[in-house]
Design a protein around this ligand. Sequence first.
Ligand code: PBG
Ligand code: ZN
Length: 290
Amino acid sequence: FVVAGRDKKIPVSSMPGVFQYSIDRIDEEIDEVASAGIPAILIFGIPDHKDDKATGAYDEHGVTQEAIRHIKDKYPDLIVIADVCLCEYTSTGHCGMVDDKGHILNDETLPLLTATAESMARAGADIVAPSDMMDGRVAAIREGLDAAGFELTPILAYSAKFASAYYGPFRDAAESAPKFGDRKTYQMDPANGREAMREIADDLDEGADMIIIKPAMAYLDICKEARLRFNVPLIAYNVSGEYAMIKAAAANGWIDEKRITLETLTGMKRAGADRIITYHAIEAAHWLQD
Ligand code: PBG
Ligand code: ZN
C-alpha cells in the first residue's frame, strides 16, 4: 500500500505487519520482498485527494504511477502488478461512478478504468489487474491498452470476486470503504457459485489472460471448479480478513501461526491455484525455505 506524502510508514491496525508506505520509504518493504525471493507484488495507491471522477486513478503523476516508476527503476526484475479500480480514488468509496440516486454507472465507468490501466502501463506496470467488477471492463481495457501501444501488457482479471465481509481490513488499509450502500450490485453473491463460472467465461472471452478467485478460503470450491473448467493461469487471493483472523488468533497464542498459514496456503494450491496473492508472502517465503 503506497500512500501520498513523505517519510510515512503507517501500520494498518487490523493487519499486523502490513503498512502504508510513502514512496521515499517503500524500499524498506521491497528489499524484504526481493530478498525473500518473491517474484511479484500487487500495488495499491492511496491518493491525497479523492473526487467524484477518481482523477487520482489516472493521473500520470498519481501516487500509484510514481510508485510504479520508482519500483521498476530500482528493481527492474520485480514484476509489478497494478490493481485497477476507482474505489481508493472516488469520494464515494465505490469502485465505479455513481448517479444521484446512488446507482452505479457501469458503462460510464469503463473509460475511467481504461485510462487508469493505460496510465499504470505507461508508468511501467508489467500486468494490470482490474478489480472493479464492472461488466465489460476487460474488453474496454484490452482495447485501450492495444490502442496505446501496450499490446503486450497482460490483463489479470479479478473475475470471480464475491461481495465479502472478508475485505474489511483491506478497506482500512486502502481507505476505500464505501461511504453509503455496499458493493453487492457489482460484486457477486457468495451463495452463487454458478455466476462465478459465467463471470470467468465472460472475462476470458473479453481477453483476460489470467483470472483471480477472491476471497480464497471460503471459496476453494470455486477455485477447484474453475481449475477443472478453464485452462488458464488461476490465482487465489488470500484476502485481508483471512490474514487478520490468523494474525489475531496467533497473537493470542491460540494457534500455531506457521503451521496454520502454510496449511491454508497449501489448501489453495491443492484447490488448483497456480499462484497466490497473500499478505503472508514474506513470512511464508522464509518458512518455505527453512
Ligand atoms: C476493491 C478491492 C477489494 C480488495 C482489493 N481491491 C475489495 C473491496 O474493497 O471490495 C480486497 C482485498 C483484500 O481484502 O485483501 N477494488
Ligand atoms: Zn474497487
